[in-house]
Design a protein around this ligand. Structure first.
Ligand SMILES: [Fe+2]
Length: 345
């Protein structure tokens, strides 16, 4: 496995780059905007293809690189379903799997620092965001933080993992890089409490100033979505309402870009072909299935995904590949549900 821990000095943020092999797909966790060029250089040097960029939660102390990485690499942006960030491509729920070629991370909902905090577990390690830090825990006094939830997340979920599980947090201000669950249970001063009430008491008196960048970072991180308006302005979008009458038409090929877990959880628009977004390029290039389908049958390609972000990027990519009859459903399945569009399970 390729595993790199990268550091942003200004915010004390750790960013993690993971891949199963050289030349393979890569995933990045908690990237920082100012470091985008460095990440992309490393991705090139290791001959990787960045396919997913993930934030463990809505950060208050730095601006996320999710939007910039998506714009530069067409990667998919991922956060938890509770997040208030606008158009994240994939919204995970507790128990979902975050996958790239050769790697799978289990999403564990661990609210408390924020109400959209997730941890991501592999068999030997866990990325804990700001839920569990090395000899500390993330503050709970803003962004819908809640010390009770955090106690549950830490004691009820994270500390249930095997002692030897490596802990990789989103921040460290002292220079520590990694810990283990067993070490934190034994030596983390915040975790030496006898009850939830004692923990709440401890967390309610943090006497901390707000992060320097909070007023800038929180609003910026809430609007990182791909601009679906731009695709609509070019006339390549249909509303969910319009899509209702297009589905089932013989000259329309409906294409579902979501991943298997999203399809299982939210259902499928009947008759759709399944082409996950990560397999899009090979399908729309000359010789690819979608390319030949559109060319030989004259069918229009109508893409959809969860919220319209991947499908908007797909339309752009298809147009770039010479497929002029590519459209997408604005707002995705989320909008489709609001117009009572049928979904098959
Ligand atoms: Fe945080």
């Amino acid at each position: 496995m390729i595993f790199r821990q990268l550091f942003d000095q200004a915010s004390g943020t750790y960013t993690y780059l993971l891949a199963s092999r050289h030349g393979g797909e890569a995933l990045i966790i908690d990237p920082v905007l100012e470091k985008v060029d460095r990440y992309l250089q490393l991705v090139r040097e290791l001959d990787l293809e960045l396919v997913k960029a993930v934030d463990t939660h809505l950060h208050a102390d730095h601006i996320t690189a999710l939007g910039a990485l998506r714009d530069k690499t067409s990667c998919v942006t991922v956060m938890g379903e509770q997040t208030k960030a606008d158009v994240v491509s994939i919204r995970l729920a507790d128990g979902d799997r975050l996958t790239v070629e050769g790697l799978a991370l289990d999403a564990i909902y661990t609210p408390g620092h924020t109400d959209d905090s997730y941890s991501f577990a592999m068999p030997d390690r866990i990325f804990t965001g700001d839920t569990l830090l090395i000899r500390g825990t993330g503050r709970t006094d803003f962004q819908n933080g809640d010390p009770r939830q955090q106690y549950e997340s830490i004691f009820g979920r994270l500390l249930k993992l095997p002692d030897e599980t490596l802990v990789y947090p989103a921040h460290d201000y002292k220079g520590d890089t990694v810990s283990t669950i067993g070490e934190e249970r034994a030596y983390n001063p915040r975790l030496q409490v006898a009850s939830m009430e004692e923990y709440v008491e401890l967390m309610n008196n943090p006497k901390l100033a707000n992060p320097k960048m909070m007023d800038v970072a929180v609003p910026a991180n809430m609007s990182i979505g791909f601009h679906q308006e731009e695709i609509a302005r070019r006339g390549w979008a249909v509303t969910a309402q319009q899509a209702l009458s297009l589905v089932g038409q013989p000259d329309v090929a409906l294409i579902d870009l979501r991943e298997r877990c999203e399809r299982g959880r939210h259902g499928i628009i009947p008759g759709a072909l399944h082409v996950p977004y990560t397999a899009l390029q090979e399908n729309i290039a000359a010789g690819g299935l979608l390319h030949e389908l559109a060319r030989s049958t004259g069918k229009q390609l109508l893409f959809y995904c969860a919220f319209g972000e991947r499908s908007a990027m797909a339309v752009q990519a298809a147009q770039d590949a010479g497929l002029a009859s590519a459209w997408h459903v604005e707002g995705g399945v989320d909008a489709w549900k609001k117009v009572n569009g049928p979904l098959a399970r």
